[in-house]
Design a protein around this ligand. Structure first.
Ligand code: GAR
Length: 206
């Protein structure tokens, strides 16, 4: 039986599309995207999902306490029998309730080499800091911001003529590759966690 992914996004949805393409191309075997959810009505990623005939809906977060909101989201993920939650440009911290509902079952993609430059505008932070290499990180999610054990990272060089846009585009290309690789590793159980370290192994199914 296919493993069922739930994708949470707040905006454009290019990482969601990269995951969907990888599933179609069998780079992530035995998987399907069961539901795409957004905290923002009108997030372009929702339309991108619907045009692929993937169920998608907004659950507006406005005015709700974090845990109250997360209980709604977790209920919908459970209704769709989601095995693995993938945050793909989902701009919200998760409550301990949400994290506890999916033990080692939530991944996030972040556009920096964590633990450098967590939070917003990571590519701009990297450029302004003057680092010579930037990149992206896929990590398990805990209740802290852009924290949790790291599954995969990819590095891109920062050139003197890079702008925030050109650096973001280079990083995004790598995001699309490593997110699919990381999802595959996790679904196939090809890892173990020791402390903060995710060690890659030969695997069992999730
Ligand atoms: C991506 O660059 C992703 O890494 C970032 O938001 C963008 C979403 O793009 N996520 C974060 O900054 C999370 N802290 P997308 O909607 O096209 O996938």
């Amino acid at each position: 039986m296919n493993k069922r992914l739930g994708v949470l996004l707040s905006g454009r949805g290019s990482n969601f599309e990269a995951l969907a393409d990888s599933i179609t191309a069998n780079r992530i075997p035995n998987a399907e995207i069961a539901i795409v959810l957004s905290n923002r009505e009108g997030a372009p990623g929702l339309d991108r999902a619907k045009s692929r005939n993937i169920p998608a809906r907004a659950i507006p977060s406005k005015g709700l306490e974090r845990e109250t909101y997360d209980r709604e989201v977790v209920a919908v993920l459970n209704e769709h029998k989601v095995d693995l939650v993938c945050l793909a440009g989902y701009m919200r911290l998760l409550s301990p309730y949400f994290v506890g509902a999916f033990p080692n079952g939530i991944l996030n993609i972040h556009p920096s080499l964590l633990p450098s430059f967590p939070g917003l505008e990571s590519q701009r932070q990297a450029l302004e800091y003057g680092v010579k290499f930037a990149g992206c990180t896929v990590h398990f999610v805990d209740e802290n911001l852009d924290a949790g054990p790291i599954v995969l990272q990819a590095v891109v060089p920062v050139n003197d003529d890079d702008t925030e846009d050109s650096l973001s585009a280079k990083i995004l290309q790598e995001e699309h590759k490593i997110y699919s690789e990381a999802v595959r590793i996790v679904l196939e159980g090809r890892y173990k966690i020791e402390g903060r370290r995710v060690l890659h192994t030969n695997g069992r199914s999730m």
